[in-house]
Design a protein around this ligand. Sequence first.
Ligand code: NAD
Length: 312
Amino acid sequence: MSVLVTGGAGFIGSALVDLLVAGGHEVVVVDDLSTGSEANLAGAMATGLVRLEVCDIRRPEVSDLIAEASPEVVMHLAAQADVQASIDDPVNDAEVNVIGTIRVLDGARRAGTRKVVLATSGGTLYGAPDPSRLPYTEAEPHAPMSPYGLSKKAAGDYLAAYGPLHGIAHTTLALANVYGPRQDPHGEAGVVAIFARSLLEGEPCTVYGDGNQTRDFVHVADVARAFVAAMDAADGLLLNIGTGIETTVNDLYSAMASAADGAAEPQRAQERPGEVRRSALDASAAAAALGWEPSLGLADGVADTLAWFDRG
Ligand SMILES: NC(=O)c1ccc[n+]([C@@H]2O[C@H](COP(=O)([O-])OP(=O)(O)OC[C@H]3O[C@@H](n4cnc5c(N)ncnc54)[C@H](O)[C@@H]3O)[C@@H](O)[C@H]2O)c1
């Protein structure tokens, strides 16, 4: 099958490209390399099954490029994916995540693409609902509290309307906190990558607030499997992709520090404004529709991530 992956040079996108190539699929990656890199695709490109098109999805040419590539399936992961950056520059966030998405969908329509699978953010889509309903299902109201959450929701809304309008099957995957090899350890997000790099370099880790805030950490290899499963199933659905397990940042730190043979107590800093207190996603709908379940527990996933960062 021919598959086009936007954002395929990024953290999650490159793991997906690796899995597609392992399945014998031909892949076109569309990426502007703003946060992704060609190095992330080195192994996949060596197979000869992958072509990289460096292109910004905000540009009109991206639709022509997709129309010409004529993929059977489009996986849309390219995004401005930083919550703080979306607060600082909401216009740029919307240009990439909303206008860019419309251009990608337009290309898919012109290409006669059978299916589009979109990555959205399960951590921001539901806002901060009553924690007594944790882990959250897809039935929670969609009430994001940041420009990033809003632009990703808008992308999903566009797809849900655009697909039926133009006869394109579609699935939106609402991802929990994804972690694993190739995650950028330098940004604000990606606490596992940030801790991994600091622990391996012998630098202190910083925990914001009391550290009892929770997140649902799902390994990137499991997330990539969900995208592949969605190529042929779950048409018309929004599906949570997470473990349903809440892990506190304090517990994550302890697990990682002991796995890395390291470090005393982390540094403490003031809680960051706008941070959600608790988060976990119920993925039973994905189990039913995709036969998908997470396979890597946090202990194994963290060990795998540390080993990857250690290889440098
Ligand atoms: N990492 C997470 O925990 C998480 C959680 C929920 C949803 N997501 C979503 O998953 C997707 C992938 O995120 P990631 O964590 O791999 O981030 P990432 O930054 O590693 O990947 C994004 C990719 O998109 C590319 N890109 C950015 N702007 C572009 C543009 N204008 N034109 C073309 N390419 C562009 C980047 O170069 C990068 O390769 C995003 O849609 C993100 O919103 C991520």
